[in-house]
Design a protein around this ligand. Structure first.
Ligand code: PMP
Length: 356
């Protein structure tokens, strides 16, 4: 017997590569924003009072929480703020998924969900998406210990927005469990389930500043839901680490929120570039899902080239995209949307590689 036998062993989540010399690389592998944060953020950073770092930050993230609550039209006690949505989701899993019954989520989705289940010893059951990568609603109307749905989903980009009652039907059918809706990409064209928090006490909406607000490096995420859900999450948070959000994150987060016009513009540019990229790829025989996110999920024409070969060819040309050697994923690439110039370079590289 050794201490190693008793270690909480886990297989960790593998994030996309962050090259150290990222100036040489066209980085389309982690769904970051190609545009900088609002100039208001740079101003707030320049004005930041370094002396204030002596003091602990607000444990309840008060000023940023209140600014977010005002922005989204919810009460302060319906808002939880964390260190990126990964922190918010991990806290929600630990708080709400505490049942003998399995938590359910799709086979193809954000690959952190099963990792959190493993680390917290939560049992789970995966449900297959249909051939078009849509969620089969009836799979979520069975007994369960909780539900997690990314909408729009990743890495497929697909949004469940054709059926307006899709999320509501699942929430309504599961009053005994918490339904987490991960809306990391909703600003790029999804439909938010936020209005449902006034009607149901078992739905938690999770969002992030990492994508549409160009803040992946700052680590801000938040959740909105019934005040009892938020209270239980705070109880768990205060049982691990009270001061999760540092002072610069709180101040710069507020600055980002003060310039929604800038971000609406940046998001619109990404959406336009996404549609251009999808069209160019389809013209070359790729199958591309109807993405409502800041990435495309594309299968190259199998008779010409495999996704794996294309992934390596792009990498050799210093264009980083994401490829997974997993069932139902290995014939596709997930390509984040960069600037117009970056996506033109991608298409040019695809042409060169496919010419052989
Ligand atoms: N949810 C989904 C679906 C994601 O793709 C990501 C980004 N990897 C996250 C949550 C977490 O993002 P962050 O922690 O940067 O907010």
């Amino acid at each position: 017997m050794s201490w190693e036998d008793k270690v909480r062993k886990v297989v960790p989540y593998t994030p996309g590569e962050q090259p150290s010399d990222d100036h040489k690389v066209i980085k389309l592998n982690t769904n970051e924003m190609p545009y900088p944060p609002s100039p208001k953020v740079a101003e707030a950073l320049a004005a930041f009072d370094v002396d204030s770092l002596r003091l602990y930050p607000a444990p309840d993230v008060g000023p940023l929480r209140d600014a977010l609550a005002a922005r989204y039209g919810v009460e302060a006690d319906e808002m939880f703020v964390g260190v990126g949505s990964d922190d918010v989701l991990a806290t929600a899993f630990l708080t709400f998924f505490n049942s003998d019954r399995p938590v359910i989520f799709p086979d193809i989705t954000y690959s952190f969900y099963d990792v959190w289940c493993d680390v917290y010893r939560i049992t789970y059951e995966i449900k297959k998406l249909d051939e078009e990568f849509h969620i089969v609603k009836s799979d979520y109307l069975t007994e369960n210990g909780g539900i997690v749905i990314a909408n729009p989903n990743a890495p497929t980009g697909v949004s469940e927005d054709k059926d307006v009652d899709f999320i509501e039907d699942i929430v309504k059918a599961n009053p005994d469990s918490v339904v987490i809706v991960d809306e990391a990409y909703v600003d790029f064209g999804g439909v938010s389930a936020l209005p449902l928090i006034d009607k149901y006490d078992n739905i938690l909406i999770v969002r992030t500043f990492s994508k549409s607000r160009a803040f992946a490096g700052m680590r801000i995420g938040f959740a909105m839901g019934n005040s009892r859900l938020i209270k239980y999450m705070n109880d768990v948070k205060y049982s691990i680490n009270s001061y999760t959000m540092n002072r610069p994150a709180i101040e710069l987060g507020i600055a980002a929120l003060s310039d929604e016009e800038y971000y609406a513009d940046a998001v619109a540019k990404v959406v336009k570039t996404r549609e251009w990229t999808a069209r160019e790829l389809r013209d070359r025989g790729f199958t591309v899902t109807d993405s409502r996110t800041n990435f495309v999920f594309a299968a190259p024409p199998a008779d010409r080239i495999s996704a794996r070969e294309l992934f390596s060819g792009l990498k050799k040309r210093n264009i980083y995209v994401r490829w997974w050697d997993k069932d139902r994923l290995r014939d596709r690439l997930r390509i984040s949307i960069g600037t117009d110039e970056e996506m033109q370079a991608l298409i040019k590289a695809v042409d060169e590689i496919m010419k052989g």
